[in-house]
Design a protein around this ligand. Structure first.
Ligand SMILES: [Zn+2]
Ligand SMILES: [Zn+2]
Length: 264
Protein backbone atom coordinates (compact mmCIF):
# COMPACT_ATOMS: atom_id res chain seq x y z
CA UNK A 1 0.00 0.00 0.00
CA UNK A 2 1.16 3.52 -0.80
CA UNK A 3 -0.09 6.85 0.52
CA UNK A 4 0.96 9.86 -1.58
CA UNK A 5 -0.02 13.41 -0.61
CA UNK A 6 -0.71 15.31 -3.85
CA UNK A 7 -1.52 18.61 -2.15
CA UNK A 8 -1.62 19.35 1.56
CA UNK A 9 -2.39 22.48 3.52
CA UNK A 10 -5.04 25.07 4.21
CA UNK A 11 -4.75 25.97 0.50
CA UNK A 12 -6.04 22.59 -0.69
CA UNK A 13 -5.83 18.89 0.04
CA UNK A 14 -5.82 15.69 -1.96
CA UNK A 15 -4.19 12.39 -1.05
CA UNK A 16 -3.81 9.30 -3.20
CA UNK A 17 -3.82 5.79 -1.71
CA UNK A 18 -2.87 2.90 -3.99
CA UNK A 19 -3.67 -0.59 -2.72
CA UNK A 20 -4.52 -3.95 -4.30
CA UNK A 21 -4.46 -2.37 -7.77
CA UNK A 22 -7.04 0.25 -6.77
CA UNK A 23 -6.57 4.04 -6.75
CA UNK A 24 -8.39 5.91 -4.00
CA UNK A 25 -8.45 9.69 -3.64
CA UNK A 26 -9.05 11.39 -0.30
CA UNK A 27 -10.38 14.94 -0.75
CA UNK A 28 -10.35 17.03 -3.93
CA UNK A 29 -9.38 20.45 -2.68
CA UNK A 30 -7.61 21.73 -5.79
CA UNK A 31 -8.77 22.28 -9.36
CA UNK A 32 -9.43 19.18 -11.45
CA UNK A 33 -6.67 20.28 -13.83
CA UNK A 34 -4.07 20.43 -11.07
CA UNK A 35 -5.19 17.13 -9.56
CA UNK A 36 -5.04 15.47 -13.00
CA UNK A 37 -1.48 16.77 -13.47
CA UNK A 38 -0.44 15.67 -9.99
CA UNK A 39 -1.88 12.18 -10.52
CA UNK A 40 -0.10 11.78 -13.86
CA UNK A 41 3.17 12.95 -12.31
CA UNK A 42 3.02 10.07 -9.81
CA UNK A 43 2.06 7.55 -12.50
CA UNK A 44 -1.69 7.27 -11.93
CA UNK A 45 -4.20 7.84 -14.73
CA UNK A 46 -6.96 10.22 -13.49
CA UNK A 47 -9.46 8.13 -15.49
CA UNK A 48 -8.58 5.15 -13.30
CA UNK A 49 -9.71 6.46 -9.91
CA UNK A 50 -11.84 3.82 -8.20
CA UNK A 51 -13.22 5.90 -5.34
CA UNK A 52 -13.24 9.42 -3.95
CA UNK A 53 -13.55 9.91 -0.20
CA UNK A 54 -14.39 13.37 1.15
CA UNK A 55 -13.62 14.28 4.77
CA UNK A 56 -15.82 17.38 5.02
CA UNK A 57 -17.31 20.31 3.19
CA UNK A 58 -14.63 23.01 3.59
CA UNK A 59 -13.47 24.32 0.22
CA UNK A 60 -9.86 23.18 0.73
CA UNK A 61 -11.31 19.63 0.55
CA UNK A 62 -14.07 19.86 -2.06
CA UNK A 63 -13.25 22.63 -4.56
CA UNK A 64 -12.29 20.17 -7.32
CA UNK A 65 -15.15 17.70 -6.87
CA UNK A 66 -17.58 19.24 -9.35
CA UNK A 67 -15.36 19.04 -12.44
CA UNK A 68 -13.40 15.95 -11.41
CA UNK A 69 -16.48 13.77 -10.92
CA UNK A 70 -18.09 14.78 -14.19
CA UNK A 71 -14.84 14.29 -16.09
CA UNK A 72 -13.68 11.02 -14.50
CA UNK A 73 -16.92 9.50 -13.17
CA UNK A 74 -15.64 8.04 -9.91
CA UNK A 75 -17.99 7.28 -6.98
CA UNK A 76 -17.94 9.81 -4.12
CA UNK A 77 -18.11 8.49 -0.57
CA UNK A 78 -19.13 11.19 1.93
CA UNK A 79 -21.52 11.85 4.79
CA UNK A 80 -25.01 13.11 3.98
CA UNK A 81 -24.33 16.72 4.97
CA UNK A 82 -21.16 16.75 2.86
CA UNK A 83 -23.08 15.35 -0.14
CA UNK A 84 -25.77 18.01 0.29
CA UNK A 85 -23.15 20.75 0.32
CA UNK A 86 -21.36 19.31 -2.72
CA UNK A 87 -24.69 19.24 -4.60
CA UNK A 88 -25.13 22.95 -3.81
CA UNK A 89 -21.69 24.04 -5.03
CA UNK A 90 -21.67 21.93 -8.22
CA UNK A 91 -22.26 24.07 -11.32
CA UNK A 92 -23.64 21.09 -13.22
CA UNK A 93 -25.28 17.95 -11.93
CA UNK A 94 -23.37 14.71 -11.98
CA UNK A 95 -24.81 11.19 -12.11
CA UNK A 96 -26.43 10.72 -8.69
CA UNK A 97 -25.57 7.00 -8.81
CA UNK A 98 -22.02 8.11 -8.04
CA UNK A 99 -23.04 9.57 -4.64
CA UNK A 100 -22.56 7.05 -1.86
CA UNK A 101 -23.59 8.13 1.63
CA UNK A 102 -21.47 6.92 4.53
CA UNK A 103 -22.09 7.30 8.25
CA UNK A 104 -19.76 9.21 10.52
CA UNK A 105 -18.55 6.03 12.20
CA UNK A 106 -18.68 3.37 9.56
CA UNK A 107 -16.84 0.49 7.93
CA UNK A 108 -17.01 0.37 4.15
CA UNK A 109 -16.24 -2.91 2.44
CA UNK A 110 -14.84 -1.24 -0.63
CA UNK A 111 -14.12 -4.62 -2.22
CA UNK A 112 -13.03 -8.02 -0.94
CA UNK A 113 -9.50 -6.73 -0.23
CA UNK A 114 -10.00 -3.16 0.97
CA UNK A 115 -11.82 -1.86 4.03
CA UNK A 116 -12.26 1.85 4.72
CA UNK A 117 -13.13 3.07 8.21
CA UNK A 118 -14.68 6.46 8.90
CA UNK A 119 -14.46 8.22 12.24
CA UNK A 120 -16.20 11.43 13.28
CA UNK A 121 -13.87 14.41 13.79
CA UNK A 122 -14.43 17.38 16.11
CA UNK A 123 -14.38 20.16 13.51
CA UNK A 124 -16.54 23.20 12.98
CA UNK A 125 -18.83 21.71 10.31
CA UNK A 126 -21.40 18.93 10.36
CA UNK A 127 -20.54 15.46 9.12
CA UNK A 128 -16.76 15.82 9.30
CA UNK A 129 -14.79 12.55 9.32
CA UNK A 130 -11.32 11.09 8.99
CA UNK A 131 -10.40 7.79 7.31
CA UNK A 132 -8.42 4.61 7.79
CA UNK A 133 -7.63 2.29 4.87
CA UNK A 134 -6.96 -1.38 5.56
CA UNK A 135 -5.58 -3.53 2.74
CA UNK A 136 -2.82 -6.04 2.08
CA UNK A 137 -2.56 -6.67 5.85
CA UNK A 138 -1.58 -3.02 6.39
CA UNK A 139 -3.36 0.13 7.50
CA UNK A 140 -2.91 3.83 6.96
CA UNK A 141 -4.77 6.74 8.50
CA UNK A 142 -5.45 10.23 7.20
CA UNK A 143 -6.36 12.55 10.06
CA UNK A 144 -6.65 16.27 9.36
CA UNK A 145 -9.09 19.03 10.34
CA UNK A 146 -9.74 18.06 13.92
CA UNK A 147 -9.68 20.36 16.93
CA UNK A 148 -8.59 17.61 19.27
CA UNK A 149 -7.95 13.88 19.22
CA UNK A 150 -10.98 12.00 20.54
CA UNK A 151 -10.79 8.57 22.17
CA UNK A 152 -12.47 7.12 19.11
CA UNK A 153 -9.93 8.60 16.68
CA UNK A 154 -7.08 7.48 18.91
CA UNK A 155 -8.52 3.97 18.93
CA UNK A 156 -8.91 3.90 15.16
CA UNK A 157 -5.36 5.11 14.51
CA UNK A 158 -3.56 2.90 17.05
CA UNK A 159 -1.50 0.22 15.36
CA UNK A 160 -1.71 1.72 11.86
CA UNK A 161 1.47 1.28 9.81
CA UNK A 162 1.55 4.86 8.58
CA UNK A 163 -0.28 8.06 9.44
CA UNK A 164 -0.71 11.41 7.74
CA UNK A 165 -1.54 13.75 10.59
CA UNK A 166 -2.45 17.41 10.78
CA UNK A 167 0.17 19.79 12.19
CA UNK A 168 -1.79 22.94 11.48
CA UNK A 169 -0.41 25.79 13.54
CA UNK A 170 2.28 26.96 15.90
CA UNK A 171 0.58 28.41 18.97
CA UNK A 172 2.80 31.53 19.14
CA UNK A 173 2.42 32.22 15.43
CA UNK A 174 -1.36 31.88 15.75
CA UNK A 175 -1.45 34.17 18.82
CA UNK A 176 0.70 36.83 17.17
CA UNK A 177 -0.51 36.29 13.61
CA UNK A 178 -2.87 38.18 11.30
CA UNK A 179 -6.16 36.45 12.20
CA UNK A 180 -8.85 38.35 14.12
CA UNK A 181 -9.86 37.25 17.60
CA UNK A 182 -12.77 35.07 16.52
CA UNK A 183 -10.79 33.23 13.87
CA UNK A 184 -7.89 32.65 16.28
CA UNK A 185 -10.39 31.22 18.75
CA UNK A 186 -11.93 28.99 16.09
CA UNK A 187 -8.64 27.60 14.73
CA UNK A 188 -7.18 27.02 18.21
CA UNK A 189 -10.44 25.73 19.75
CA UNK A 190 -11.59 22.15 20.35
CA UNK A 191 -13.40 22.06 16.97
CA UNK A 192 -10.64 23.73 14.96
CA UNK A 193 -7.28 22.24 14.06
CA UNK A 194 -4.38 20.38 15.70
CA UNK A 195 -1.38 22.48 16.72
CA UNK A 196 2.18 21.28 16.24
CA UNK A 197 2.34 20.21 19.90
CA UNK A 198 -1.08 18.46 19.77
CA UNK A 199 0.25 16.59 16.75
CA UNK A 200 3.52 15.73 18.51
CA UNK A 201 1.63 14.29 21.47
CA UNK A 202 -0.55 12.13 19.21
CA UNK A 203 2.53 10.88 17.34
CA UNK A 204 4.14 9.95 20.66
CA UNK A 205 1.02 7.97 21.54
CA UNK A 206 0.99 6.23 18.15
CA UNK A 207 4.71 5.41 18.41
CA UNK A 208 3.99 3.71 21.73
CA UNK A 209 1.35 1.66 19.93
CA UNK A 210 3.45 0.49 17.01
CA UNK A 211 3.22 3.15 14.27
CA UNK A 212 6.59 4.25 12.90
CA UNK A 213 5.91 6.24 9.75
CA UNK A 214 4.43 9.72 9.83
CA UNK A 215 3.78 12.58 7.44
CA UNK A 216 2.84 16.01 8.77
CA UNK A 217 0.12 17.65 6.72
CA UNK A 218 -2.45 20.41 6.45
CA UNK A 219 -0.07 23.14 7.65
CA UNK A 220 -1.54 26.62 7.92
CA UNK A 221 -0.11 29.09 5.44
CA UNK A 222 -0.25 31.95 7.96
CA UNK A 223 0.40 30.31 11.30
CA UNK A 224 3.06 27.71 10.64
CA UNK A 225 6.25 26.88 8.77
CA UNK A 226 7.34 23.42 7.57
CA UNK A 227 10.66 23.53 9.48
CA UNK A 228 8.92 24.73 12.63
CA UNK A 229 6.30 21.95 12.53
CA UNK A 230 8.98 19.33 11.81
CA UNK A 231 11.35 20.56 14.54
CA UNK A 232 8.59 20.92 17.15
CA UNK A 233 7.53 17.30 16.64
CA UNK A 234 11.11 16.01 16.48
CA UNK A 235 12.07 17.90 19.66
CA UNK A 236 9.00 16.67 21.56
CA UNK A 237 9.72 13.09 20.56
CA UNK A 238 13.42 13.32 21.46
CA UNK A 239 12.36 14.51 24.93
CA UNK A 240 10.38 11.27 25.07
CA UNK A 241 13.43 9.23 24.01
CA UNK A 242 12.41 8.61 20.42
CA UNK A 243 15.09 9.17 17.78
CA UNK A 244 14.30 10.30 14.24
CA UNK A 245 15.22 7.74 11.54
CA UNK A 246 15.89 5.09 14.20
CA UNK A 247 12.52 4.86 15.91
CA UNK A 248 10.39 6.63 13.34
CA UNK A 249 10.35 8.40 9.97
CA UNK A 250 8.87 11.85 9.56
CA UNK A 251 8.54 14.46 6.84
CA UNK A 252 6.26 17.33 5.91
CA UNK A 253 3.87 17.07 2.96
CA UNK A 254 4.32 19.71 0.26
CA UNK A 255 1.63 22.33 -0.10
CA UNK A 256 1.51 22.66 -3.90
CA UNK A 257 3.06 19.49 -5.35
CA UNK A 258 3.11 15.74 -4.72
CA UNK A 259 5.26 14.65 -1.79
CA UNK A 260 7.30 11.58 -1.02
CA UNK A 261 4.74 8.94 -0.09
CA UNK A 262 4.51 6.28 2.57
CA UNK A 263 5.21 2.77 1.32
CA UNK A 264 3.65 0.31 3.72
ZN1 LIG B 1 -8.92 21.74 5.73
ZN1 LIG C 1 -11.79 22.02 7.59
Amino acid sequence: MELIPLFSGSSGNSILVRACGKNLLFDLGQSCKRIDEALRSVGTDPDHIDGIFITHLHSDHVSGVDVFVRKHRAPIFATLSTHRYIAKICKKEHDSNLDIVVNENDVIDFDENIKIFTCSTPHDVQGSVCFKVEAEGKACVIMTDLGHVTEQIRGMAEGANGVLIESNYDLDMLKNGPYDYMLKKRVGGPDGHLSNTDCAEMIRHLLENGTHQFILGHLSENNNLPELAFNTVKHYLSQNYYTLDEDYSLWVANRYEPSRGLVL
